[in-house]
Design a protein around this ligand. Structure first.
Ligand code: ARG
Length: 459
Protein backbone atom coordinates (compact mmCIF):
# COMPACT_ATOMS: atom_id res chain seq x y z
CA UNK A 1 0.00 0.00 0.00
CA UNK A 2 2.98 2.31 -0.41
CA UNK A 3 1.79 3.53 -3.78
CA UNK A 4 -0.58 6.45 -3.17
CA UNK A 5 -3.63 7.21 -5.25
CA UNK A 6 -2.32 10.74 -5.57
CA UNK A 7 1.31 9.75 -6.38
CA UNK A 8 1.24 11.38 -9.81
CA UNK A 9 2.19 14.84 -8.59
CA UNK A 10 4.83 13.76 -6.06
CA UNK A 11 8.55 13.12 -6.42
CA UNK A 12 9.08 11.57 -2.99
CA UNK A 13 7.37 8.96 -0.85
CA UNK A 14 5.54 10.20 2.23
CA UNK A 15 7.63 10.21 5.40
CA UNK A 16 6.69 7.27 7.62
CA UNK A 17 5.82 9.59 10.50
CA UNK A 18 3.46 11.51 8.24
CA UNK A 19 1.95 8.31 6.97
CA UNK A 20 0.99 7.24 10.45
CA UNK A 21 -0.10 10.75 11.40
CA UNK A 22 -2.28 11.18 8.35
CA UNK A 23 -3.94 7.79 8.45
CA UNK A 24 -7.45 7.46 9.82
CA UNK A 25 -8.15 3.81 9.04
CA UNK A 26 -7.60 2.82 12.67
CA UNK A 27 -10.81 4.64 13.55
CA UNK A 28 -12.78 5.09 10.33
CA UNK A 29 -12.69 1.37 9.37
CA UNK A 30 -15.94 0.96 11.32
CA UNK A 31 -17.72 2.80 8.47
CA UNK A 32 -16.87 0.07 5.95
CA UNK A 33 -20.50 -1.00 5.48
CA UNK A 34 -21.60 2.54 4.79
CA UNK A 35 -18.67 3.12 2.44
CA UNK A 36 -19.61 0.02 0.46
CA UNK A 37 -23.31 0.90 0.36
CA UNK A 38 -22.48 4.43 -0.83
CA UNK A 39 -20.08 3.23 -3.51
CA UNK A 40 -22.56 0.67 -4.82
CA UNK A 41 -25.23 3.35 -5.14
CA UNK A 42 -22.76 5.71 -6.83
CA UNK A 43 -21.69 3.00 -9.32
CA UNK A 44 -25.29 2.09 -10.18
CA UNK A 45 -26.07 5.73 -10.79
CA UNK A 46 -22.95 6.15 -12.98
CA UNK A 47 -24.24 3.17 -14.96
CA UNK A 48 -27.71 4.63 -15.32
CA UNK A 49 -26.36 7.86 -16.82
CA UNK A 50 -24.08 5.96 -19.19
CA UNK A 51 -20.73 6.79 -17.59
CA UNK A 52 -20.03 3.20 -16.56
CA UNK A 53 -20.84 0.16 -18.67
CA UNK A 54 -23.35 -2.31 -17.29
CA UNK A 55 -20.51 -4.78 -17.03
CA UNK A 56 -18.37 -2.41 -14.94
CA UNK A 57 -21.30 -1.64 -12.67
CA UNK A 58 -21.90 -5.34 -12.20
CA UNK A 59 -18.31 -6.12 -11.28
CA UNK A 60 -18.04 -3.08 -8.99
CA UNK A 61 -21.26 -3.85 -7.13
CA UNK A 62 -20.42 -7.56 -6.81
CA UNK A 63 -16.80 -6.89 -5.92
CA UNK A 64 -17.79 -4.44 -3.20
CA UNK A 65 -20.33 -6.91 -1.88
CA UNK A 66 -17.66 -9.59 -1.63
CA UNK A 67 -15.26 -7.23 0.11
CA UNK A 68 -17.99 -6.47 2.63
CA UNK A 69 -18.70 -10.16 3.17
CA UNK A 70 -14.99 -10.90 3.55
CA UNK A 71 -14.57 -8.16 6.15
CA UNK A 72 -17.65 -9.39 8.05
CA UNK A 73 -16.34 -12.95 8.03
CA UNK A 74 -12.87 -11.93 9.18
CA UNK A 75 -11.31 -13.07 5.90
CA UNK A 76 -10.11 -9.59 4.98
CA UNK A 77 -8.15 -7.52 7.48
CA UNK A 78 -7.88 -3.75 7.27
CA UNK A 79 -4.45 -2.63 6.10
CA UNK A 80 -3.14 -0.36 8.87
CA UNK A 81 -1.00 1.42 6.27
CA UNK A 82 -3.99 2.45 4.19
CA UNK A 83 -4.78 6.15 4.42
CA UNK A 84 -8.39 5.59 5.33
CA UNK A 85 -11.27 3.14 4.88
CA UNK A 86 -12.27 4.76 1.57
CA UNK A 87 -8.80 4.29 0.02
CA UNK A 88 -8.53 0.79 1.45
CA UNK A 89 -11.79 -0.42 -0.07
CA UNK A 90 -11.12 1.20 -3.42
CA UNK A 91 -7.60 -0.28 -3.59
CA UNK A 92 -8.89 -3.70 -2.58
CA UNK A 93 -11.63 -3.47 -5.20
CA UNK A 94 -9.15 -2.56 -7.92
CA UNK A 95 -6.84 -5.39 -6.86
CA UNK A 96 -9.78 -7.76 -7.25
CA UNK A 97 -11.57 -6.53 -10.38
CA UNK A 98 -8.98 -4.43 -12.21
CA UNK A 99 -9.81 -1.37 -14.31
CA UNK A 100 -13.48 -1.17 -13.40
CA UNK A 101 -12.35 -0.47 -9.83
CA UNK A 102 -10.37 2.51 -11.07
CA UNK A 103 -13.51 3.97 -12.66
CA UNK A 104 -15.60 3.92 -9.47
CA UNK A 105 -14.35 7.29 -8.19
CA UNK A 106 -15.55 9.13 -11.33
CA UNK A 107 -17.44 12.30 -10.39
CA UNK A 108 -16.74 11.81 -6.70
CA UNK A 109 -14.25 13.13 -4.15
CA UNK A 110 -13.28 11.64 -0.84
CA UNK A 111 -14.68 14.84 0.59
CA UNK A 112 -18.24 14.12 -0.43
CA UNK A 113 -17.64 10.41 0.09
CA UNK A 114 -16.61 10.85 3.71
CA UNK A 115 -19.48 13.29 4.31
CA UNK A 116 -21.83 10.65 2.93
CA UNK A 117 -20.35 7.77 4.91
CA UNK A 118 -20.47 9.69 8.17
CA UNK A 119 -24.11 10.67 7.63
CA UNK A 120 -25.03 7.08 6.82
CA UNK A 121 -23.11 5.76 9.80
CA UNK A 122 -24.54 8.25 12.29
CA UNK A 123 -28.04 7.72 10.92
CA UNK A 124 -27.68 3.97 11.55
CA UNK A 125 -26.22 4.40 15.03
CA UNK A 126 -28.89 6.94 15.95
CA UNK A 127 -31.50 4.21 15.46
CA UNK A 128 -29.62 1.83 17.78
CA UNK A 129 -29.37 4.58 20.39
CA UNK A 130 -33.06 5.39 19.95
CA UNK A 131 -34.01 1.79 20.70
CA UNK A 132 -31.87 1.84 23.83
CA UNK A 133 -33.46 5.09 24.95
CA UNK A 134 -36.92 3.65 24.39
CA UNK A 135 -36.10 0.61 26.53
CA UNK A 136 -35.05 2.88 29.37
CA UNK A 137 -38.19 4.97 28.79
CA UNK A 138 -40.35 1.85 29.21
CA UNK A 139 -38.49 0.69 32.32
CA UNK A 140 -38.97 4.10 33.96
CA UNK A 141 -42.66 4.07 33.02
CA UNK A 142 -43.12 0.61 34.57
CA UNK A 143 -41.37 1.68 37.75
CA UNK A 144 -43.44 4.87 37.89
CA UNK A 145 -46.63 2.87 37.43
CA UNK A 146 -45.77 0.64 40.37
CA UNK A 147 -45.18 3.69 42.56
CA UNK A 148 -48.01 6.12 41.97
CA UNK A 149 -48.92 5.87 45.67
CA UNK A 150 -45.42 5.62 47.11
CA UNK A 151 -44.94 8.83 49.07
CA UNK A 152 -41.49 10.37 49.45
CA UNK A 153 -40.28 13.89 50.03
CA UNK A 154 -39.71 16.10 47.03
CA UNK A 155 -36.63 18.25 47.52
CA UNK A 156 -35.36 21.70 46.74
CA UNK A 157 -31.78 22.58 47.75
CA UNK A 158 -31.67 18.90 48.73
CA UNK A 159 -33.87 19.88 51.70
CA UNK A 160 -37.20 18.14 52.17
CA UNK A 161 -39.80 20.37 50.56
CA UNK A 162 -43.22 18.86 49.82
CA UNK A 163 -44.52 15.30 49.66
CA UNK A 164 -44.73 13.74 46.21
CA UNK A 165 -44.68 10.15 45.02
CA UNK A 166 -41.83 8.11 43.64
CA UNK A 167 -43.89 7.56 40.51
CA UNK A 168 -44.25 11.30 40.05
CA UNK A 169 -40.53 11.80 40.59
CA UNK A 170 -39.65 9.16 37.99
CA UNK A 171 -42.07 10.70 35.52
CA UNK A 172 -39.91 13.82 35.55
CA UNK A 173 -37.15 11.69 34.01
CA UNK A 174 -39.62 10.17 31.56
CA UNK A 175 -40.37 13.70 30.34
CA UNK A 176 -36.66 14.46 29.96
CA UNK A 177 -36.14 11.23 28.08
CA UNK A 178 -39.08 12.00 25.81
CA UNK A 179 -37.40 15.26 24.85
CA UNK A 180 -34.10 13.44 24.33
CA UNK A 181 -35.76 11.02 21.93
CA UNK A 182 -37.54 13.79 20.09
CA UNK A 183 -34.29 15.78 19.86
CA UNK A 184 -32.63 12.70 18.41
CA UNK A 185 -35.42 12.39 15.85
CA UNK A 186 -35.02 16.06 14.88
CA UNK A 187 -31.28 15.62 14.53
CA UNK A 188 -31.74 12.57 12.31
CA UNK A 189 -34.17 14.51 10.13
CA UNK A 190 -31.53 17.15 9.41
CA UNK A 191 -28.86 14.47 8.97
CA UNK A 192 -31.00 12.68 6.42
CA UNK A 193 -29.68 14.66 3.43
CA UNK A 194 -27.39 13.31 0.70
CA UNK A 195 -24.11 15.23 0.24
CA UNK A 196 -22.76 13.02 -2.58
CA UNK A 197 -22.47 15.05 -5.78
CA UNK A 198 -20.78 17.94 -3.96
CA UNK A 199 -17.46 16.65 -5.32
CA UNK A 200 -14.32 18.02 -3.72
CA UNK A 201 -16.10 21.35 -3.13
CA UNK A 202 -17.48 22.59 -6.44
CA UNK A 203 -19.79 19.85 -7.60
CA UNK A 204 -18.87 18.07 -10.79
CA UNK A 205 -19.18 18.39 -14.55
CA UNK A 206 -20.74 14.93 -14.82
CA UNK A 207 -24.53 15.01 -14.95
CA UNK A 208 -24.87 12.87 -11.83
CA UNK A 209 -28.36 11.79 -10.87
CA UNK A 210 -28.21 12.80 -7.23
CA UNK A 211 -31.89 12.12 -6.64
CA UNK A 212 -31.41 8.52 -7.72
CA UNK A 213 -28.55 8.02 -5.24
CA UNK A 214 -30.62 9.67 -2.53
CA UNK A 215 -33.50 7.32 -3.23
CA UNK A 216 -31.31 4.24 -3.23
CA UNK A 217 -29.66 5.20 0.06
CA UNK A 218 -32.94 6.25 1.63
CA UNK A 219 -32.17 9.96 2.04
CA UNK A 220 -35.10 12.35 2.30
CA UNK A 221 -33.33 15.17 0.41
CA UNK A 222 -30.08 16.24 -1.25
CA UNK A 223 -27.75 19.04 -0.13
CA UNK A 224 -28.24 22.37 -1.93
CA UNK A 225 -24.72 23.80 -1.85
CA UNK A 226 -21.58 21.88 -2.74
CA UNK A 227 -19.31 23.78 -0.34
CA UNK A 228 -21.72 23.20 2.50
CA UNK A 229 -22.22 19.58 1.42
CA UNK A 230 -18.57 18.70 2.04
CA UNK A 231 -17.79 20.98 4.96
CA UNK A 232 -20.92 20.74 7.09
CA UNK A 233 -20.53 18.72 10.26
CA UNK A 234 -23.57 20.21 12.01
CA UNK A 235 -25.18 16.79 11.93
CA UNK A 236 -22.36 15.27 14.00
CA UNK A 237 -22.31 18.26 16.32
CA UNK A 238 -26.02 18.11 16.77
CA UNK A 239 -25.86 14.43 17.61
CA UNK A 240 -23.08 15.12 20.13
CA UNK A 241 -25.32 17.84 21.58
CA UNK A 242 -28.32 15.52 21.80
CA UNK A 243 -26.20 12.83 23.44
CA UNK A 244 -24.65 15.33 25.85
CA UNK A 245 -28.05 16.50 27.06
CA UNK A 246 -29.17 12.90 27.35
CA UNK A 247 -26.08 11.99 29.40
CA UNK A 248 -26.62 15.04 31.58
CA UNK A 249 -30.09 13.67 32.34
CA UNK A 250 -28.74 10.19 33.08
CA UNK A 251 -26.08 11.75 35.25
CA UNK A 252 -28.68 13.57 37.35
CA UNK A 253 -30.68 10.39 37.80
CA UNK A 254 -27.42 8.58 38.62
CA UNK A 255 -26.72 11.11 41.33
CA UNK A 256 -30.16 10.46 42.82
CA UNK A 257 -29.72 6.69 42.61
CA UNK A 258 -26.40 7.06 44.45
CA UNK A 259 -28.05 9.15 47.18
CA UNK A 260 -31.13 6.95 47.40
CA UNK A 261 -29.11 3.77 47.76
CA UNK A 262 -26.93 5.21 50.53
CA UNK A 263 -27.67 4.01 54.05
CA UNK A 264 -28.55 7.58 54.99
CA UNK A 265 -31.47 7.63 52.54
CA UNK A 266 -32.05 3.90 51.96
CA UNK A 267 -34.96 4.73 49.64
CA UNK A 268 -33.93 1.99 47.23
CA UNK A 269 -31.74 -1.07 47.13
CA UNK A 270 -29.81 -1.93 43.99
CA UNK A 271 -29.84 -5.48 42.75
CA UNK A 272 -26.69 -7.47 43.53
CA UNK A 273 -26.18 -8.05 39.82
CA UNK A 274 -26.02 -4.28 39.26
CA UNK A 275 -23.80 -3.39 42.22
CA UNK A 276 -20.20 -4.03 43.09
CA UNK A 277 -18.25 -4.83 46.23
CA UNK A 278 -15.08 -3.58 47.83
CA UNK A 279 -11.72 -5.35 47.81
CA UNK A 280 -11.16 -4.48 51.45
CA UNK A 281 -14.48 -3.59 53.13
CA UNK A 282 -16.61 -6.74 53.20
CA UNK A 283 -19.87 -4.92 53.97
CA UNK A 284 -19.77 -2.61 50.93
CA UNK A 285 -22.28 -2.60 48.12
CA UNK A 286 -21.47 0.16 45.72
CA UNK A 287 -23.60 1.86 43.02
CA UNK A 288 -20.82 1.67 40.42
CA UNK A 289 -23.18 1.64 37.43
CA UNK A 290 -24.67 4.98 38.45
CA UNK A 291 -21.27 6.42 39.31
CA UNK A 292 -19.78 5.38 35.98
CA UNK A 293 -22.72 6.89 34.15
CA UNK A 294 -22.27 10.14 36.04
CA UNK A 295 -18.55 9.99 35.29
CA UNK A 296 -18.86 9.05 31.63
CA UNK A 297 -21.18 11.95 30.91
CA UNK A 298 -18.01 14.07 30.92
CA UNK A 299 -16.57 12.12 27.99
CA UNK A 300 -19.63 12.87 25.90
CA UNK A 301 -19.58 16.59 26.77
CA UNK A 302 -15.88 16.49 25.85
CA UNK A 303 -16.73 15.16 22.39
CA UNK A 304 -19.13 18.03 21.84
CA UNK A 305 -16.43 20.55 22.77
CA UNK A 306 -13.90 18.74 20.56
CA UNK A 307 -16.22 19.05 17.57
CA UNK A 308 -17.15 22.68 18.21
CA UNK A 309 -13.52 23.66 18.62
CA UNK A 310 -12.40 21.64 15.61
CA UNK A 311 -14.94 23.37 13.37
CA UNK A 312 -15.00 26.95 14.57
CA UNK A 313 -11.99 28.30 12.68
CA UNK A 314 -12.20 26.32 9.45
CA UNK A 315 -12.45 28.24 6.19
CA UNK A 316 -14.71 26.64 3.60
CA UNK A 317 -14.65 23.96 2.43
CA UNK A 318 -12.96 20.70 3.50
CA UNK A 319 -9.92 20.84 5.79
CA UNK A 320 -8.03 17.87 7.12
CA UNK A 321 -8.87 19.00 10.66
CA UNK A 322 -12.27 17.51 9.94
CA UNK A 323 -10.85 14.01 10.03
CA UNK A 324 -10.85 14.56 13.81
CA UNK A 325 -14.65 14.55 13.80
CA UNK A 326 -14.84 10.78 13.81
CA UNK A 327 -13.08 9.79 17.01
CA UNK A 328 -15.05 12.42 18.89
CA UNK A 329 -18.50 11.47 17.68
CA UNK A 330 -17.71 7.74 17.72
CA UNK A 331 -16.60 7.95 21.34
CA UNK A 332 -19.80 9.80 22.24
CA UNK A 333 -21.85 7.06 20.58
CA UNK A 334 -19.80 4.23 22.11
CA UNK A 335 -20.11 5.76 25.55
CA UNK A 336 -23.88 6.12 25.30
CA UNK A 337 -24.27 2.59 23.96
CA UNK A 338 -22.10 1.28 26.79
CA UNK A 339 -24.10 3.13 29.44
CA UNK A 340 -27.59 2.32 28.25
CA UNK A 341 -27.90 -1.44 28.91
CA UNK A 342 -26.15 -1.25 32.29
CA UNK A 343 -28.16 1.77 33.39
CA UNK A 344 -31.48 0.38 32.16
CA UNK A 345 -30.78 -2.95 33.86
CA UNK A 346 -29.96 -1.17 37.10
CA UNK A 347 -33.26 0.75 37.01
CA UNK A 348 -35.25 -2.36 36.04
CA UNK A 349 -33.97 -4.41 38.98
CA UNK A 350 -33.83 -1.98 41.88
CA UNK A 351 -36.02 -2.51 44.94
CA UNK A 352 -38.06 0.37 46.32
CA UNK A 353 -38.30 0.91 50.10
CA UNK A 354 -41.66 2.70 50.54
CA UNK A 355 -41.33 2.60 54.34
CA UNK A 356 -38.08 4.57 54.24
CA UNK A 357 -39.47 7.04 51.73
CA UNK A 358 -42.53 7.66 53.85
CA UNK A 359 -40.50 8.09 57.00
CA UNK A 360 -38.45 10.81 55.29
CA UNK A 361 -41.58 12.54 53.99
CA UNK A 362 -43.14 12.49 57.47
CA UNK A 363 -40.05 13.85 59.16
CA UNK A 364 -39.32 17.07 57.36
CA UNK A 365 -42.41 19.28 57.76
CA UNK A 366 -43.16 18.62 54.11
CA UNK A 367 -46.81 19.42 54.91
CA UNK A 368 -46.07 22.96 56.13
CA UNK A 369 -47.24 24.48 52.83
CA UNK A 370 -50.47 22.54 53.10
CA UNK A 371 -51.01 23.88 56.62
CA UNK A 372 -50.65 27.40 55.21
CA UNK A 373 -53.01 26.55 52.34
CA UNK A 374 -55.52 25.21 54.90
CA UNK A 375 -55.54 28.61 56.61
CA UNK A 376 -55.92 30.37 53.26
CA UNK A 377 -59.00 28.28 52.54
CA UNK A 378 -60.36 29.43 55.93
CA UNK A 379 -59.91 33.05 54.88
CA UNK A 380 -56.39 34.07 55.97
CA UNK A 381 -54.21 35.91 53.39
CA UNK A 382 -51.39 33.61 52.20
CA UNK A 383 -48.55 35.72 53.66
CA UNK A 384 -50.12 35.56 57.12
CA UNK A 385 -50.88 31.88 56.75
CA UNK A 386 -47.23 31.31 55.79
CA UNK A 387 -46.14 33.01 59.01
CA UNK A 388 -48.52 31.02 61.24
CA UNK A 389 -47.34 27.79 59.67
CA UNK A 390 -43.71 28.86 60.09
CA UNK A 391 -44.25 29.57 63.79
CA UNK A 392 -45.86 26.17 64.28
CA UNK A 393 -42.87 24.55 62.55
CA UNK A 394 -40.55 26.44 64.88
CA UNK A 395 -42.48 25.12 67.87
CA UNK A 396 -42.28 21.57 66.55
CA UNK A 397 -38.56 21.87 65.83
CA UNK A 398 -38.02 22.92 69.45
CA UNK A 399 -40.09 20.00 70.70
CA UNK A 400 -38.79 17.47 68.25
CA UNK A 401 -42.22 16.55 66.92
CA UNK A 402 -44.21 16.76 63.71
CA UNK A 403 -47.00 19.24 62.92
CA UNK A 404 -49.64 16.56 63.12
CA UNK A 405 -48.45 15.68 66.67
CA UNK A 406 -49.75 19.01 68.03
CA UNK A 407 -53.08 19.04 69.86
CA UNK A 408 -55.97 21.11 68.54
CA UNK A 409 -55.55 23.48 71.51
CA UNK A 410 -51.95 24.04 70.62
CA UNK A 411 -52.89 24.74 67.02
CA UNK A 412 -55.56 27.17 68.17
CA UNK A 413 -53.07 29.20 70.18
CA UNK A 414 -51.56 30.20 66.85
CA UNK A 415 -54.80 30.58 64.88
CA UNK A 416 -58.39 30.05 65.92
CA UNK A 417 -59.24 29.32 62.30
CA UNK A 418 -57.78 25.85 62.85
CA UNK A 419 -60.37 23.13 63.47
CA UNK A 420 -60.34 19.39 63.96
CA UNK A 421 -60.23 18.87 60.18
CA UNK A 422 -56.61 20.08 60.24
CA UNK A 423 -55.30 16.55 60.81
CA UNK A 424 -56.95 15.26 57.68
CA UNK A 425 -55.86 18.35 55.74
CA UNK A 426 -52.18 17.98 56.48
CA UNK A 427 -51.87 14.21 56.25
CA UNK A 428 -49.27 13.22 53.64
CA UNK A 429 -51.94 11.39 51.66
CA UNK A 430 -54.06 14.55 51.46
CA UNK A 431 -51.05 16.69 50.53
CA UNK A 432 -50.43 14.42 47.55
CA UNK A 433 -54.00 13.62 46.56
CA UNK A 434 -55.11 17.27 46.62
CA UNK A 435 -52.49 18.16 44.01
CA UNK A 436 -54.56 17.29 41.00
CA UNK A 437 -53.72 19.85 38.37
CA UNK A 438 -51.94 18.69 35.25
CA UNK A 439 -48.37 17.79 36.10
CA UNK A 440 -49.02 17.31 39.83
CA UNK A 441 -48.39 14.17 41.96
CA UNK A 442 -51.99 13.03 42.58
CA UNK A 443 -52.02 9.31 41.76
CA UNK A 444 -54.77 9.55 39.12
CA UNK A 445 -53.02 12.53 37.54
CA UNK A 446 -49.75 10.60 37.38
CA UNK A 447 -51.52 7.54 35.99
CA UNK A 448 -52.94 9.75 33.24
CA UNK A 449 -49.45 11.14 32.57
CA UNK A 450 -48.13 7.59 32.33
CA UNK A 451 -50.87 6.61 29.88
CA UNK A 452 -50.10 9.68 27.81
CA UNK A 453 -46.37 8.91 27.88
CA UNK A 454 -46.98 5.32 26.79
CA UNK A 455 -48.74 6.59 23.65
CA UNK A 456 -45.96 9.00 22.67
CA UNK A 457 -43.67 6.69 20.78
CA UNK A 458 -46.18 3.95 20.11
CA UNK A 459 -45.56 4.06 16.35
N1 ARG B 1 -10.00 10.33 5.87
C1 ARG B 1 -10.42 11.62 5.44
C2 ARG B 1 -11.38 12.20 6.47
O1 ARG B 1 -11.85 11.48 7.28
C3 ARG B 1 -11.10 11.54 4.13
C4 ARG B 1 -11.15 12.83 3.38
C5 ARG B 1 -9.85 13.16 2.80
N2 ARG B 1 -9.95 14.21 1.87
C6 ARG B 1 -8.88 14.94 1.50
N3 ARG B 1 -9.06 15.88 0.68
N4 ARG B 1 -7.70 14.66 1.99
O2 ARG B 1 -11.63 13.37 6.54
Amino acid sequence: MNKKMWDGRFAKATDLAVNAYNSSIAFDARMFRQDIRGSQAHARMLGSIGILSAQDVESIVTGLGQIGADIEAGRLAFDPNAEDIHMFIEAELTARIGDAGKRLHTGRSRNDQVALDLRLYLRDEAQVIREGMLQLYDVLLDLAEQNTETILPGYTHLQRAQPITFGHHLMAYVEMLARDISRLDDCVRRMDVLPLGSGALAGTTYPLDRAMVARELGFAAITQNSLDGVSDRDFALELAGVLSIFMMHLSRLSEEVILWSSQEFAFIELDDAFSTGSSIMPQKKNPDVAELTRGKSGRVFGSLITLLTMMKGLPLAYNKDMQEDKEAIFDAIDTVLLCLPAFTGMMATLTVRPDRMRLAAAGGFTNATDLADYLVKKGLPFREAHEVSGKLVKLCVARGCALEDLTLDEFKQYSDLIEIDIYEAISLETCVSQRQITGAPNADTVRAAIAHARQRFAD
